[in-house]
Design a protein around this ligand. Structure first.
Ligand SMILES: NC(=O)C1=CN([C@@H]2O[C@H](COP(=O)(O)OP(=O)(O)OC[C@H]3O[C@@H](n4cnc5c(N)ncnc54)[C@H](O)[C@@H]3O)[C@@H](O)[C@H]2O)C=CC1
Ligand SMILES: N[C@@H](CC=O)C(=O)O
Ligand code: NA
Length: 918
């Protein structure tokens, strides 16, 4: 190492230190005070631990446990420290928690991660192996409650570490470790025996015992690293980290002293990789202590600050910090960056981030902390740093995360006598302070007529009683009208540094809550603007969290889709969605989630999205009895997704009758089902009015010409001011197919069966052959063109006698009876052929005369309608602009794929109306 001029060769006497148990008048303490621990300098090389009485002084080697020479004994000046400490960008600090150190295999993985870091110098902070800290506390607990089984528990601790070491290490290193372990355990046995006799353990005794978990894990890891040939030392951080208690179960590091001690330590052990114990430290008087909750993270941050590390990496078992509690919000995402302040705010709200005090040491030097998953090295983790770049510059990106706090009560102190009276707030809050309640948020309107604040629910009774008592006179005189308690409240907080000075963020939040029908009871936002806090009913809290989170984190074009009728068209649509959703998400930021599929007997529901690769199997295996009411509720009650659409792929009139209610609920509707648009006119008009009033979308392109752009073409003409004169064409794929293929080689009924087989017919082919399907299409187009026509206004020439259609109880029976008309059809066809003509079934809308008709006609062979093939539709729009030559749309107008494609287009049209990029 360069620049390591200072070396502290302390004489043995100076290297020794004294341990003075805290003075206590209790007998138990006195028993403990009579114990003295003396360890030789080479204790960790397997030397003896002697326990016996001496003159009250305790000499400990640096690497044993809690004692270090007093600060005064290390005569290193501050400037020397600065010269010596290898600071700069060469250090990286890693911290591995108990889970990472859980098994020998994991410890080996940790070693590999450390070895894989190319930083020049590495300081590794480790926790005890998982569960060991609890086992150690349990030892103390058992001993002080005079439970003999502490000895067995100690043996288990020994066994755990011995087994792990044998798995991980070999040769001399294993022997050294085991010898040390033996020695420590017999040391502990004596200590626990003392505690047992005293029936009490001081905090420092307890901390001394517990700290062994880290001592052992640090040694094991350092040996594991050394095994690969890398130079590695281990550090007992009690020699280096000096802290002072700061109340509330917290400690403050003494940085100056820490630096001095670290300097001293480096002078003796200039290794490039140092494995150090997390969690444990010493007081200025060299009493062993711990860094309390999340202590190892704190150790890493303090050490990171001491060596001015380039980065502190906290390794754990999650991919990083989530945007919300993933147990409550399945859509929660891992945040790539967080500012120190954001991490701070979030940890207050219980997010599993770092404890705020962990951030303080690194924050002052702008050292980034990265939280990474040891079990998923491909995850980049979350970086907590000064001011992360605004990744996409969106308003939405201003909010980094959402958090909730439950079990709160609001206290509302109200009265006209409060306004303009100085000291009211002070009187209220001093009452709260006097009963020791913790105020979680405060809000006061500027009219000053009321002050409300939230406290933990369990503290509210005493707060309320105190306030009633303090303000008895004001209440009696009417200056205060009430001191009201509202139980069952939660806080929802939105956290984000960039919310500050960004207009519109709170508007988005409150809009999301309003749309989820959530009542906000109180609001608070400090002028730092990092945090907007709203108080709501606890029962609404998760719903509110999901609604708010989805609004900020999901793509605006995330669509929750409910599919009704997974038959021919519905099934084809589901398969198309399956194949295309990933592409849409990737290329267009359109996130389609089918969260429900219902047929007539069963339905399948999911909160986040059905796996479309196996929707059929799931619908068979995991479905529940179909119920359209609960199906729709499932969609409307889902507040994760900002937009919802029901896609009706049935031919059912009763399903169509619900569109009105769905639109009213804010659910968009898309359908190839003609029933709503060709049903009773008054209902259709009501539906359109509701659709416009509710700002929802209702698309039905596939009702005419299947996937062909018929409705959209008509709309385009109308919306741009063209005037429709006539729409005429072959609107039935089934009938087109039949007459295109009925050429004298096959019977008429066989061709009908082929059309049915090809999926061109309606679920009931009588609808096609009766001409009703075409009549419905004419009505759809008429209404779209602004004509108020009923289905009954369209004269329809049926292709089969009505009596036949009516006399059959099923479509199959109808198909069986159909051959009886084959002869009649053969004659009609050959008559037309003899005249050089073909048969075609056409629909026509005369917009000028406000009438429509549907009939079988004969066309000369050179007529465009005679040129069709397959299931082709042809639709000719004659308009003011297209008067001489009509605008013609032609192509396959029936069949599963083209129809489903038309419905899919409507879904994407909806996404684009909702803001998807074009
Ligand atoms: N086949 C085609 O080429 C075209 C069809 N269409 C329309 O597409 C719609 C569907 O036609 P297909 O898929 O051929 O019919 P289909 O009979 O194959 O499928 C309809 C599905 O809806 C289900 N269903 C019926 N009533 C229901 C209810 N009340 N609740 C839930 N599910 C119900 C059925 O069980 C069936 O699974 C029809 O409205 C049709 O007019 C539109 C254009 C072209
Ligand atoms: N059965 C209909 C399907 C489309 O609406 C047809 O044949 O056109
Ligand atoms: Na169409």
């Amino acid at each position: 190492m360069q620049g390591l001029a200072v070396s502290c060769q302390l004489p043995p006497a100076a290297a020794a230190a004294r341990w003075r148990p805290r003075a206590s008048s209790s007998n138990r303490e006195a028993v403990l005070q009579c114990w003295k621990y003396e360890l030789s300098q080479d204790h960790y090389l397997g030397g003896p631990l002697r326990i016996g009485q001496s003159q009250g002084s305790l000499h400990r080697h640096r690497s044993t446990n809690f004692l270090r020479p007093a600060a005064a004994a290390i005569s290193v000046e501050q400037d020397e420290v600065n010269t010596y400490l290898p600071k700069g960008d060469m250090w990286s600090v890693h911290k591995f928690g108990g889970t990472c150190m859980g098994t020998p295999k994991r410890i080996q993985c940790v070693a590999n991660i450390v070895l894989g870091d190319s930083s020049e110098r590495k300081l590794i902070i480790v926790s005890a192996m998982s569960k060991v800290t609890d086992m150690m506390y349990n030892l103390v607990q058992k001993a002080q409650s005079r439970d003999d089984s502490y000895a067995i528990a100690l043996a288990e601790v020994f066994e755990k570490h011995m087994t792990a070491a044998k798995d991980l290490l070999d040769g001399e290193d294993l022997a050294r470790f085991l010898s040390q372990l033996h020695s420590d355990v017999s040391n502990l046995r004596a200590m626990l025996r003392a505690i047992y006799i005293a029936g009490h353990a001081t905090e420092s005794f307890s901390d001394f015992v517990v700290g062994h978990g880290e001592l052992w894990s640090a040694q094991m890891l350092s040996y594991a690293i050394k095994k690969s040939g890398a130079p590695c030392s281990w550090m007992d951080t009690r020699e280096v980290l000096v802290v002072t208690p700061s109340g509330c179960n917290q400690v403050d590091p003494d940085y100056l002293e820490c630096e001095k001690r670290l300097q001293k330590w480096f002078s003796r052990q200039p290794a490039e990789i140092i494995v150090a114990t997390g969690f444990i430290a010493s007081t200025a008087g060299n009493i062993p202590t711990t860094l309390k909750r999340d202590g190892s993270d704190f150790s890493a941050a303090i050490v990171g600050s001491l060596v001015r590390a380039r980065q502190v990496t906290i390794w754990t078992d999650v991919d990083g910090v989530f945007s919300a509690d993933p147990r409550k919000v399945s859509e929660a995402v891992i945040l790539s960056t967080l500012s120190y302040q954001e991490a701070w705010e979030m940890s207050y709200f219980g997010a599993n981030v770092l404890h705020p005090r962990t951030i303080i040491p690194v924050m002052k030097d702008n050292i980034p902390i990265v939280i990474r998953n040891m079990f998923n090295l491909s995850a980049p983790g979350t970086m907590i740093c000064k001011q992360p770049a605004n990744e996409n510059g969106d308003l939405d990106a201003c909010v980094k995360s959402f958090a909730t706090v439950d079990n709160l009560a609001l206290v509302n102190v109200e009265g006209t006598g409060m306004a303009g009276v100085p000291g009211t707030a002070s009187a209220i809050f001093s009452a709260v302070k006097d009963v020791g309640a913790n105020v979680i948020m405060i809000s006061q309107a500027s009219s000053e007529h009321s002050v409300c604040f939230a406290v933990p629910e369990k503290e509210v009774a005493v707060v309320s009683a105190e306030l009633h008592d303090r303000f008895r006179e004001a209440l009696a005189a009417g200056r205060l009208s009430k001191v009201e308690v509202i139980n069952g409240c939660s806080i929802l907080a939105a956290v984000g540094l960039r919310m500050a000075s960004t207009p519109g963020v709170s508007a988005i939040l409150f809009d999301a809550l309003a749309k989820a029908n959530i009542n906000v009871r109180a609001i608070a936002q400090g002028c730092s603007e990092y945090n907007i806090t709203v108080v709501l009913k606890q029962q609404d809290c998760v719903r509110a969290l999901r609604a708010a989170h989805s609004r900020f984190f999901l793509s605006k074009t995330t669509l929750a889709v409910g599919i009704i009728g997974p038959g021919l068209i519905g099934g084809a649509l589901l398969n198309q969605l399956k194949n295309q959703t990933a592409v849409l998400k990737e290329n267009m930021n359109i996130d389609l989630r089918v969260i429900g599929i219902t047929g007539s007997s069963t339905m399948l529901l999911s909160d986040t999205g059905i796996d479309l690769t196996q929707w059929k199997q799931l619908l068979q295996k995991e479905a529940e009895p179909a119920d359209i009411g609960s199906f729709v509720h499932h969609l409307s009650d889902n507040h994760v997704f900002p937009n919802k659409v029901l896609v009706d792929c049935t031919a059912d009139t009763s399903v169509a009758s619900h569109y009105y209610d769905w639109l009213k609920k804010g659910i968009h509707v898309i359908t190839p089902n003609k029933k709503a648009n060709s049903g009773p006119l008054d209902q259709y008009l009501k539906l359109r009015t509701m659709q416009r009033a509710s700002y929802t979308h209702y698309f039905y392109e596939a009702t005419v010409g299947a996937g062909l752009p018929i409705i959209s073409t008509l709309r385009g003409l109308l919306e741009t001011g063209d005037k429709i004169l006539r729409i005429e064409g072959i609107f039935s794929g089934t009938l087109s197919y039949i007459f295109n293929n009925f050429e004298g080689t096959r019977a008429f009924s066989d061709v009908v069966a082929e059309a049915r087989e090809a999926g061109y017919t309606e679920p009931d082919p009588r609808d096609d052959l009766s001409g009703t399907d075409v009549a419905r299409k004419v009505v759809v187009l008429a209404r779209e063109s602004g004509l108020r026509l009923e289905l009954s206004d369209i004269p329809v020439k049926s292709l089969v006698p009505e009596t036949l259609a009516q006399s059959c109880s099923s479509a199959d029976e109808f198909m069986q009876k159909l051959p009886s008309f084959d002869e009649d059809w053969a004659r009609q066809r050959s008559d037309a052929e003899a005249a050089g003509e073909v048969l075609r079934y056409v629909g026509a809308l005369d917009a000028v005369n406000r009438s429509g008709q549907v009939e079988l006609r004969r066309y000369r062979r050179d007529h465009p309608f005679a040129q069709l093939s397959g299931s082709d539709n042809i639709i000719a729009f004659t308009t003011s602009r297209y008067k001489e030559q009509p605008l013609i749309v032609r192509g396959p107008g029936a069949g599963a794929e083209v129809t489903a494609g038309g419905v899919f287009c409507d879904i994407l049209r909806l996404a684009s109306y909702l803001g998807a990029p074009s």
